[in-house]
Design a protein around this ligand. Sequence first.
Ligand SMILES: NC(=O)c1ccc[n+]([C@@H]2O[C@H](COP(=O)([O-])OP(=O)(O)OC[C@H]3O[C@@H](n4cnc5c(N)ncnc54)[C@H](O)[C@@H]3O)[C@@H](O)[C@H]2O)c1
Length: 289
Amino acid sequence: MTPRISSAHILYTIAYIITGGCGGIGGTVAKSIIAKGGYVVSFDILETEAGEAKVKTYHPERAFYFKCNIADLDSVVAATAEALKVIPKGSLFGAVHCAAIAPGRQWNNKLVDSCKTFTKVLEVNVFGTFAVNAAIADAINSQYPDEGPFAPRVTEERGCIVNIASVVAQPVPARCLTYGVSKSAVLGITQGMADFLGPSGIRVNSVSPAVVASGLMSSDRLPYFQGELEAGVIFPRRITHPDEISDAILFLLENSMMNDFNIRVDGGWRGSSNWGGPNDPRKNALSLE
Ligand SMILES: NC(=O)c1ccc[n+]([C@@H]2O[C@H](COP(=O)([O-])OP(=O)(O)OC[C@H]3O[C@@H](n4cnc5c(N)ncnc54)[C@H](O)[C@@H]3O)[C@@H](O)[C@H]2O)c1
C-alpha cells in the first residue's frame, strides 16, 4: 500500500483483513490492495479448500484465507488470531468489512412476516459488524506494547477499518425493512467505533454503495434494479462497477485525515418507493428484504 500513512508503518509491509473476501466487492478490494503491494487475509463462510483456491487466484503468496462466520464471535476471534500468524509480524493495519446477507421474502402486507428473517439479518449484519470491528481493532492494538486501559492517546496512526453500509441505510426504503435497518446500524457502529478507537490511532469509516453487480445482486434482480436506478438516481443511472467501490475504500484507507466518514458511491441516489408507478416494488421487486 502507499505509505502516506504514519511513519511507523512505512517500516512494514501492510496487511488487511477482508471479510466477505470471496465476494464481489471484497474480492475486488483484495486485488486492489495486493496490486499496491499489500497482504490480504480473507474471511468468508466458504469451505476452506474453496476459499483458499479462490484467494490464491488473487495472489499466490500475499493472499490468505480463513473460514469464518462473522455472526460467531469465537469464529471471528479465532480467524483473526490465525491471520496474525500468516502475515509479516506487526503488519496488520486494518480491515475492509464486506461480509453481509440480504435475505428476501415474498411481498405481502403482513409486517410480522418480516420478523422471521430480522433476527438472522441482525446477527450477521449488525452483531457481525460489531464483532469484526472489535476483534480486528484489538488485534491491531495487540501489535503494540499494552499501556493499560486508560493510556494516553497514541501518536502513531495504527490502522483503519472500512465498513460497508448501503444507500438503503439512510433513508430506509419499504423494500429493505430488515436489511436497510441493519445497514443503519452499520453506520452507527462506524461512528461509535471511530470515536472509541481515536485514542488508539485507528480510524473507522464506511462506504455506502447503491447497486453493484456482485453475488449479493443476482442477475435475475438486475432488471428490477435498473428500473429503480432510472427512477431514483441523478447521474449516472447505471449499475456500479465493483472497482468504483474499491476506489472509494482505498481512498479511505490511504488518507490519514479521513475518519468517521461515510462515502456514498451512488450517482446521487434519491431512491424512495415508486408506489403506483411503473416500478411499484409490490409488482416488480423479486422479494421484500
Ligand atoms: N451488491 C450490491 O448492490 C450492494 C449494495 C449496497 C451494499 N452492499 C454491501 O456490500 C457488501 C459486499 O457485498 P457484495 O455485493 O460483494 O456481495 P457478495 O454476496 O458477493 O459478498 C458477500 C460475501 O459475504 C460472505 N458472507 C455472507 N455471510 C457471511 C458470514 N456469516 N460470515 C462470513 N462471510 C459471510 C459471502 O459468502 C460472500 O462472499 C455487503 O456488506 C453488502 O451488504 C452491496
